[in-house]
Design a protein around this ligand. Structure first.
Ligand SMILES: [Zn+2]
Length: 233
């Protein structure tokens, strides 16, 4: 799980990795025989039992720096990704992060450019609100409205959703499934984990090669433990 790819020096929410660090992380991935792909690609491969060697890469919020910095690096390393965008804030900024520096968001042209280069464009809602505290009308507008807007913008079926702030509950999952999405990404969904609350690992500026290796390891162990507890109930 990535967000912004830019200068990380003023970054109170720790959502920014530098282009050099992303370059290093992708190179490391490739050297281990792994390839970063979109969630759509990964889930299709999982359905065929062919997910070996694939890692889902996601970029939340749809910052303009995705097209400027992340896209050339993904292409250079033969990777793709899923970009979760906010069609209610086209050409806007991250106004929902009051303490951080303003970061510009992609507009319609930038989103289309990302889609045209093989990136999966998916929904992060319309405007970045916590859906677990939203009223019914807002929930519907954010979930269904963003899917309709992105379908019109990209001309392709929008399969994925990503919960703002990673906040999700049963009511929100029901709304996302009902709106026609095929999967949704969370962060650490606990007992809600499943196709509509996929867990992700935060990757940041401090994730050097050694730390990445450790994260992969602990994540694998955690999932093995989860699988075991699912079997034993
Ligand atoms: Zn977000």
């Amino acid at each position: 799980m990535y967000h912004s790819v830019a200068d990380p020096s003023d970054d109170p929410y720790r959502i920014t990795v530098s282009p050099d660090r992303l370059d290093e992380q992708l190179r490391r991935l490739r050297r281990q025989g792994l390839r970063g792909v979109s969630m759509r690609h990964l889930l299709d491969a999982c359905a065929r039992g062919e997910e070996r060697g694939l890692v889902g890469l996601t970029f939340d919020d749809g910052y303009r720096d995705f097209v400027d910095h992340a896209l050339p690096l993904l292409r250079h390393h033969g990777c793709t990704a899923t970009l979760f965008v906010l069609p209610g804030r086209l050409d806007g900024d991250n106004a929902w992060d009051p303490l951080g520096p303003r970061k510009p968001l992609l507009g319609a042209d930038g989103i289309r450019r990302a889609a045209a280069s093989g990136v999966e464009v998916a929904s992060h809602g319309l405007t970045h609100v916590d859906l677990t505290t939203a009223d019914e009308e807002t929930l519907h507008r954010e979930v269904s409205g963003s899917r309709a807007a992105l379908t019109a913008l990209t001309g392709t079926e929008v399969r994925g959703f990503c919960y703002p702030y990673g906040r999700v509950d049963e009511r929100v999952i029901t709304a996302v499934r009902g709106a026609g999405y095929r999967y949704a990404c969370a962060i650490a969904p606990g007992s809600l984990a499943g196709p509509y609350a996929l867990p992700r690992v935060h990757i940041g500026q401090s994730d050097t090669a050694a730390r990445l290796r450790l994260k992969m390891w602990t994540n694998r162990l955690r999932h093995r433990a989860l699988d075991r507890s699912a079997v034993t109930g």
